[in-house]
Design a protein. Sequence first.
Length: 312
Amino acid sequence: MGLGLAAVGRPGYINLGRDRDLPAVRSVEALEERAFELMDAAHAQGVRYFDAARSYGLAETFLARWLDSRPDVEDVVIGSKWGYTYTAGWSTEADVHEVKDHSVASYERQVAESRALLGDRLNLYQIHSVTPESPALTDTALHERLAELADGGVTVGLSTSGPAQAETVRAALSVTVGGRRLFDSVQSTYNLLEPSAGEALAEAHAAGCAVIVKEALANGRLADPHTVSPETQALRDVARAVDTSCDAVALAAVLARPWVDVVLSGAATVAQLGSNLTAGRVRLDQAQWERLDGMAEPPAAYWAHRSRLAWG
């Protein structure tokens, strides 16, 4: 498992329960302290992949400072993303929290910003939230720039979002530069409520791409105390039957997919992280797996629900 910093790199995000999970005063200092606590706890418990993005507020800054202050931490893989610019000005009340731009100019500006903070420790750089209509899939000038980054030793990837993730993943697999596939990593939303990208992600894994799963807890919908709706009844029942937490079962269901390389925890507290990391010990029988598989929602409905989540 890996640790994603979306929930603690900025004061506002769409994960449920932030009023309870974060300090009452979400100052830069308070969130940096929380990010350090999480990264320390994650590394101590065996997590070796850490995920940030230019649009996650100060997540890259926190990550860079943590690495600088922990010289003994050398065995980690660092991933980040470009393509969104953070625009909320450290406020939860902003009308617009991030602006998407997959142009060459945006890439060149943001890769320089990421490099200035993370330097040679940046191992994976992904285009953030690609959809089928994104110019990132067809812009050959951008592909050439990304190929140059890959030639310099950084793995180039993309993350996906929206109800057509499978289409995006398959389109990305066909992008080549000089006869070589450009994208060697894909990060997608996959969870019990939204498993529609599964077959495409299996194809990506079979083709040699690293597969990273994000939002495995559906922005908190699959974690206590938010599993109170009818669509999560099966999850509650299974978790109760095996005497563990809903989040552990939901994550275990993703970890069980043979094509998954890394599943991200988006924990905002050390306690949440500890619960997430018990997922590897969850064991279910066939009937329980089948009950969980029945939780899937139509992709359009899932993403419509996600789009209504408030930045809090």
